[in-house]
Design a protein around this ligand. Structure first.
Ligand code: NAP
Length: 277
């Protein structure tokens, strides 16, 4: 398993598992838990969730999937912006810990920027760290300008990651945010790495993948895995698709393959607002 170093020095798998919408359909629950567990078996031990997902249902499902396996996994969860204050964050964190059935969240993220001043959010993260409720913290959906502001905030440079929308069809961050993060060795966590499945419908990607004996999902994920400092967190609640996605780890794209993908999915030619889903 390729690993990515966080600024704190710890490493995490470059391919993890997303969990948005897992736990929403009771009929799928057993298969979703089996898929998460299969992923852990295959080394996809970074699990990304959030208090928002299904109003806590995803965290509860993750809790069930990791029961008895706490030491094998690296748990990422997120706090709503309106709960990212000194007063509300401890309650949110406690509720997440309870649903997850764990003592400490490995990496706790601000889900997106809201009205709570970022300096207060940083202080709230620091208090949770001191209390042993979280080990590390980071952010999500912050553009380069917001990251710079965070960096100028006392304690703000302790952020371990910025989790943003990034896939072959959404390359805008390569203009500014990507280089900004790389320079500071902050990990980039790529969410919706297959654009919620829509990328797989693109004929050009399907042809590219077929010519190289891989699936479109594997091509899209292998492209992310080829980059330094990038962690991809595809979501699936299905064991066979999980195994297909994990197969991306065995696919190496050559420099010629990467150039071909640049022609099919061109990098940005200028700045653009940060895209979000
Ligand atoms: P995604 O991972 O790009 O795509 C997930 C969708 O693709 C699901 O519908 C899944 O269906 C399907 N899928 C997965 N593998 C497949 C395959 N090999 N072949 C065909 N279909 C496949 O989208 P995402 O869930 O939006 O993003 C991933 C994770 O990032 C989320 O789960 C969440 O943890 C995180 N996220 C964070 C933010 C944020 O604001 N920070 C925003 C969005 C997402 P099945 O489950 O049926 O396989």
């Amino acid at each position: 398993m390729k690993r990515v170093a966080l600024p704190c020095g710890e490493t995490v798998p470059a391919l993890g598992q997303g969990t948005w919408q897992l736990g929403d359909d009771r009929g799928q629950r057993a298969e979703e838990i089996a898929a998460l567990r299969r992923g852990i078996d295959l080394g996809l031990t970074l699990l990304d969730t959030a208090e928002m997902y299904g109003d806590g249902r995803s965290e509860s499902l993750v809790g069930e999937a990791i029961a008895g396996r706490r030491d094998e996994v690296f748990i990422v969860s997120k706090v709503y912006p309106h709960n990212a204050s000194r007063r509300a964050m401890p309650r949110s964190c406690e509720a997440s810990l309870k649903r997850l059935g764990i003592e400490t969240i490995d990496l706790y993220l601000l889900h997106w920027e809201g009205s709570v001043p970022i300096a207060e959010t940083v202080q709230a993260f620091e208090a949770l760290q001191r209390a042993g409720k979280i080990r590390h913290w980071g952010v999500s959906n912050l553009d380069a300008e917001a990251m710079q502001t965070l960096w100028e905030t006392p304690g703000g440079a302790a952020a371990q990651t910025d989790q943003v929308l990034y896939n072959l069809g959404r390359r805008g961050i390569e203009w500014d945010l990507g280089p900004w993060l790389r320079e500071r060795r902050v990990a980039l966590m790529a969410y919706s790495p297959i654009e919620q499945g829509r990328l797989l419908q693109q004929r050009t990607l399907a042809e590219f993948a077929r010519e190289r004996a891989m699936t479109p999902a594997q091509a899209a994920l292998a492209w992310l895995l080829a980059q330094d400092g990038v962690i991809a967190i595809p979501k699936t609640g299905n064991r066979s698709r999980l195994e297909e996605n994990a197969g991306a780890l065995a696919q190496t794209l050559s420099p010629a393959d990467l150039e071909a993908l640049d022609r099919l999915f061109p990098p940005p030619k200028g700045p653009s607002p940060l895209a979000m889903i």
